[in-house]
Design a binder for this molecule. Structure first.
Ligand SMILES: Nc1ncnc2c1ncn2[C@@H]1O[C@H](COP(=O)(O)OP(=O)(O)O)[C@@H](O)[C@H]1O
Ligand SMILES: [Mg+2]
Length: 571
């Protein structure tokens, strides 16, 4: 089962005489900043595992680096980390065990040589460093760690291990890098110094890992976990373009790859020491078709929302943190007509629209003496001057809620998300302190979409957490909601009741249309979406949100032709 370390063990005999003289490595290591230590989670015996898989370190390393290795003709067959989902004996739960390539004295020495050369070049050349060339030059200078085969440079096992740690530390986040590169992980939380790092795994939910900053060592020397944690956090915050300090101990932001971080520094506001949450960026935006395929909503529900947004009905998505509110908001916004102008306003830019006429605004904190804070509320006010058709606030929490309601009460389209369990509690919270939305403004928000994650029994009898739109309410008055979409937990089925769509009916009547006509159109769009969701080349495209948009535009221009096209393509 633990194939990786064994494989490495066998292969390491290929280059037997690796490094000539043994030197004490701890003295050499002590010159390095902690984040460059090649430290990893302690080895762990794996008795049984429910699943194991290999990770691709290169998935999180700039593509340029990989091409540099190819160009320099250095074999980059570096060992990858391996994940085991095993049992945590203390807790009796699943546990995420990451095993990285094991280091020995040789590989540490090679690693140190790489770092030293890297430092030298950084000081001398100061700009872009070709890491592949560093690995090549150093390996050629030292005896026994690399050999030419044909014209390719093959590294010895210790040199490959050293290269692994080099890439991991220079381009990653030290021992958190494997977690960040695991596509099965949705978020990573470090809750303090002495508890294990927890992850949210797509299949196993929140489970502990074998990484614990308080229990790290390298070549039998204990590592100062507090310092390593603080330095890792500082690096993350720095990469997000933010600062954190004792004076200002909270930070949030976005890493260059799109992952979001939030952090607290030392014990200033978090009792157990520095804490960090990394919420991973889903590689490509989840589309309405993905939501249909995974049963979050039915094609009819999606078509109803598509129709509603064409009528410029306003909506808010409700649910708890992580329920999938922002995801649904994004998927619906990608159904907006191309002729509409959308302005989005967020704290952290999460939304990704395939709309060309889209202004994306983000708030910022005050910095220094001169940097003025720009709040969500400032941006909502500003957005009105942009003549938007639809104003989107990523999430309403404070003063921006009032301004958003004000904006939509003057006839703008609008959408947002709101942390609430259901429509009743949402409206109650909107009307009370600190949001204080006047009662008569509440129906300016036309639709309330409630999303939850709930345990469902799958076909093979297992229980799994699934996301489901559990209700859509049309808001007639602050105390009068008409449920147009319901969800049956037993059958796991959505039901659209157009007759309850009182707000939509009123909107249609203003335009001289009736609900019957709307209902027929919703059914047509439903079958259109349903067919689209059965076209693998559309659904699986890495940029599928753009393709979906194209098909939405196509339908709005020439519905019959578009329908014909997808009918042919659908399986
Ligand atoms: N339907 C879905 N399928 C797969 N992943 C999802 C889905 N909805 C949300 N996610 C993932 O779950 C995480 C939280 O979703 P998000 O929409 O940000 O939640 P919220 O806004 O309610 O806090 C994100 O990583 C997101 O990519
Ligand atoms: Mg959100």
């Amino acid at each position: 089962m633990s194939a990786l370390p064994q494989k490495l063990g066998k292969l390491s005999s290929i280059f037997s005489k690796s490094v000539q003289q043994a030197q004490p490595v701890d003295a050499l290591l002590s010159r390095l900043p902690l984040t460059l230590y090649p430290v990893s989670a302690p080895e762990e015996e794996i008795i049984e595992s429910v699943r194991d898989y290999e990770l691709d370190l290169f998935s999180k390393i700039p593509p340029q680096i990989k091409s540099d290795f190819v160009n320099e003709k250095v074999d980059i067959n570096i060992p990858n980390p391996h994940v085991f989902i095993s049992t945590d004996r203390e807790r009796g739960t699943n546990k995420y065990v990451i095993i990285e390539p094991p280091l020995d004295q040789n590989s540490i020495l090679i690693y140190l040589k790489y770092i030293k050369e890297l430092e030298r070049r950084l000081l001398e050349e100061g700009k872009e460093i070709n890491v592949a060339n560093v690995v090549k030059e150093v390996s050629l200078k030292s005896k026994g760690i690399a050999e030419f085969t044909g014209n390719r440079l093959i590294l010895s096992i210790p040199a490959r291990v050293a290269t692994y740690y080099l890439l991991r530390n220079v381009f990653g986040f030290n021992l958190l890098t494997p977690l960040v590169s695991d596509p099965n992980i949705e978020d990573i939380s470090i809750n303090g110094l002495s508890s294990p790092v927890f992850i949210y795994h797509r299949e196993y939910e929140y489970i502990p890992t074998n990484i614990n900053f308080a229990k790290l060592s390298l070549v039998n020397q204990p590592i100062n976990g507090q310092d390593l944690l603080d330095q890792t956090l500082l690096r993350l915050v720095y990469l997000a373009g933010k600062t954190i300090s004792v004076a200002s101990p909270i930070a949030d932001g976005m890493l260059p790859e799109g992952d979001r971080i939030a952090a607290t520094f030392r014990r200033e506001v978090s009792v157990k020491g520095s804490s960090v949450v990394i919420r991973k960026f889903a590689g490509r935006p989840i589309t309405i078709l993905d939501l249909i395929i995974s049963g979050v909503m039915s094609p009819e529900v999606a078509a109803y929302l598509w129709y509603a947004i064409d009528l410029r009905m306003t909506f808010m998505v409700m649910g708890v943190t992580g329920a999938g509110k922002t995801t649904i908001l994004n998927a619906i916004l990608n159904l907006v007509k191309e002729t509409n102008k959308v302005v989005t306003i967020e704290d952290i830019p999460e939304l990704r629209l395939a709309q060309d006429n889209w202004v994306q605004l983000t708030a910022r904190q005050a910095y220094g003496d001169t940097g003025k804070e720009i709040s969500l509320m400032d941006l909502v006010k500003l957005s009105l001057r942009y003549r938007p058709d639809i104003i989107v606030v990523g999430e309403i929490r404070g003063a921006e809620a009032y301004v958003l309601f004000q904006a939509i009460s003057t006839g703008h389209g609008g959408a947002t998300t709101f942390h609430a369990y259901d429509i009743e509690s949402a409206v109650k919270r909107l009307m009370n302190n600190p949001l204080n939305i006047p009662q008569e403004w509440i129906p300016m928000m036309n639709l309330g979409i409630t999303i939850r994650r709930l345990p469902l029994v799958t076909r093979d009898g297992k229980i799994e957490l699934k996301r489901r739109v559990v209700a859509i309410d049309e808001i007639v008055e602050w105390n009068d909601f008409r449920r147009s979409v319901t969800w049956d937990p037993k059958l796991d089925q959505h039901r659209l009741e157009v007759d309850s769509a009182k707000v939509m009916r009123a909107r249609l009547e203003e335009m001289g249309k009736g609900l019957d006509e709307a209902s027929e159109e919703i059914m047509r769009r439903s079958s259109y979406l349903s067919r689209l969701s059965r076209i693998p080349s559309v659904v699986q495209d890495p940029e599928s949100y753009k393709l979906v948009k194209r098909y939405i535009v196509k339908y709005s221009m020439k519905p019959e032709e578009a329908m014909r096209e997808v009918s042919i393509l659908a399986k």
